[in-house]
Design a protein around this ligand. Structure first.
Ligand SMILES: Nc1nc2c(ncn2[C@@H]2O[C@H](COP(=O)(O)OP(=O)(O)O)[C@@H](O)[C@H]2O)c(=O)[nH]1
Ligand SMILES: [Mg+2]
Length: 246
């Protein structure tokens, strides 16, 4: 067991954004206050000015906040994460945290997720809504709940994954985990890659911990998860199953 303190590690939070201009100025100060982490915002050229909001926060919190502006390339949550992961690994990050920008993922959970990671020597700690202590607030529409429930069942039945909560993006990754995962096999323009990360991590024998989180519905801005993206994610799971992705 490795009981090192995460406070001595280089930790970077990667936050993909598409139209989160109202949320970033609330989230980033919370993050800055909760733990000694750096932040990398990966904006997909949001029309609502998220990129400019990110630049202002970068200036305000220098050198702890940085921004990637993805311009002239296809938009996508997985593509944004991959660019972010590559940048922070090149910068020497030892632990990388992924989270949504819309305040659905509260920064208050980060210290306990990192404690778990250190104490259990995990490669990956998942912020899970679907284990005891976790949950989803009542504001989440029943359609979203049903869809999320369906995605969990789908992944469990078809892929045999054991991890509870395969579609949440609130996760801590060790450097080793990110270097071990093969992103070239993943569907990156939607959120199928979130399921595929868990699938690959289990198959590759990475050690996965699960830490309960309560997911809050967003108060500002709109969800980008369209029906097309949902169907795509489900299909990518089936494709994985039948092509026997490593
Ligand atoms: N960079 C980038 N971020 C995205 C994209 N799609 C969604 N996001 C971000 O991913 C997070 C989750 O998206 P959201 O629409 O809230 O999904 P939901 O919580 O499932 O409704 C938010 O921080 C979004 O801004 C994208 O195409 N590019
Ligand atoms: Mg959201």
């Amino acid at each position: 067991m490795n009981h090192q303190d995460w406070r001595n590690k280089k930790i970077v939070v990667v936050i993909p954004t598409y139209n989160e201009a109202e949320n970033l100025p609330i989230l980033i100060p919370q993050l800055m206050g909760i733990a000694p982490v750096s932040v990398l915002i990966v904006d997909d050229n949001s029309p609502d000015g998220s990129g400019e909001a990110a630049e202002r926060l970068k200036e305000q919190y220098a050198p702890r906040v940085d921004v990637i502006h993805r311009i002239g390339v296809p938009r996508g949550l997985g593509l944004a994460y991959l660019d972010g992961f590559q940048r922070v690994l090149a910068g020497g990050a030892e632990i990388v945290i992924g989270m949504d920008a819309d305040l659905s993922h509260s920064p208050q959970y980060i210290p306990q997720m990192l404690d778990m990671m250190m104490e259990g020597d995990y490669d990956l700690v998942i912020g899970s809504r679907y284990i005891p202590g976790g949950g989803v607030d009542d504001a989440w529409a029943w359609q979203r709940k049903l869809l999320s429930w369906g995605a969990q069942r789908w992944a469990r039945l078809l892929l045999g994954v054991k991890t509870r909560d395969v579609t949440g993006a609130f996760r801590c990754y060790s450097r080793r985990a990110l270097q071990t995962l093969d992103f070239s096999r993943m569907q990156l323009d939607g959120f199928g890659f979130l399921i595929e990360i868990i699938y690959q991590a289990e198959r590759k024998g990475l050690k996965i911990g699960q830490s309960p989180i309560i997911f809050h519905d967003r108060e500002h801005g709109a969800s980008k998860i369209s029906i097309r993206i949902q169907v795509q994610a489900m299909l990518s799971v089936v494709k994985n199953r039948f092509t026997g992705a490593r």
